[in-house]
Design a protein around this ligand. Sequence first.
Ligand SMILES: [Zn+2]
Ligand SMILES: [Zn+2]
Length: 347
Amino acid sequence: MTTVAAYAAPAPKAPLERTTIERRAVGEFDVLIDIKYAGICHSDIHQAQEGWGEAIFPMVPGHEIAGVVAEVGPGVTKYRVGDRVGVGCMVDSCRECDNCEAGLEQYCTGGGMIGTYNAVGKDGEPTYGGYSQKIVVDENYVVRIPDGLSLDVAAPLLCAGITLYSPLKHWGAGPGKKVAILGMGGLGHMGVKIAHALGAEVTVLSQSLRKKDDGLKLGADHYYATSDPKTFEELAGTFDLIVSTVSAPLDFNAYLGLLKTRGALVNVGAPEEPIALNLFSVIGGGKTLAGSMIGGIAETQEMLDFCAEHGFGAEIELIRADQINEAYERVVNSDVRYRFVIDTSTI
Ligand SMILES: [Zn+2]
Ligand SMILES: [Zn+2]
């Protein structure tokens, strides 16, 4: 066991504070990672505030982890000390079900994926995330960060990046396709970069035009305000694919109206309340309303290699650990461009 400095929420809705946690001894197939940077994902806040249901406390959030391998177990073959690596939203899964075998570990049906935090590991102990200085993870749930990517801008790719990459690939974003990214936050800005790099014609649908200059700079071809009713008239029947990153309640009927015949609206945002849907919005036009959750380990590696090849990471604001609580407030108020990343040396 190793004692590690961390930032934790001691109870639901309580401010995060500095503490220490125990990491398990490095097992045969484990990698000990010196965490350098950890991104702040909106889902950290949902969970620390129990917005998605009862959670485990104390909670050390953080599932956008970038660091350097400090030690490997005797059975480890994929990584060596000094390698630059990342850990995303899961640290284990059953490894035996059809989904695990197909590289869809995020949809494990053999008990579900084991979250990087707010979960219980196979050793029966709670998992603690990236707002800490070290983590021990099985090598099969670790990915390699290519040399071309700095660790700070790579960290948010481990959740925000893969959350957008997976549905954009699955639903065929590419040349000749009109893709809309709904929401221009931590997830949305990665959607713009990735959809553009895949060759799609990209439109941002954001509440206001406040971030229009950024959106165009990051690769969007068009930018519309959803607060303007004319947007829905002008863009009716336009898109092959809309990826919604919004976690607030939305008028899904209105957004389905922006799809072409047989287009798809894919949700990666997770509103806390159920939605109201008129099914005629999908029946007419043969449309699809779908969801997607992060991506598998192999696909996460593919995404990191893709981002490195195209020369981009996330747009970040680097903060100290004592700024985490303030950062949470700013994330809730959509006041971040576009991801807070904690320099974990300041914990
Ligand atoms: Zn996340
Ligand atoms: Zn499984």
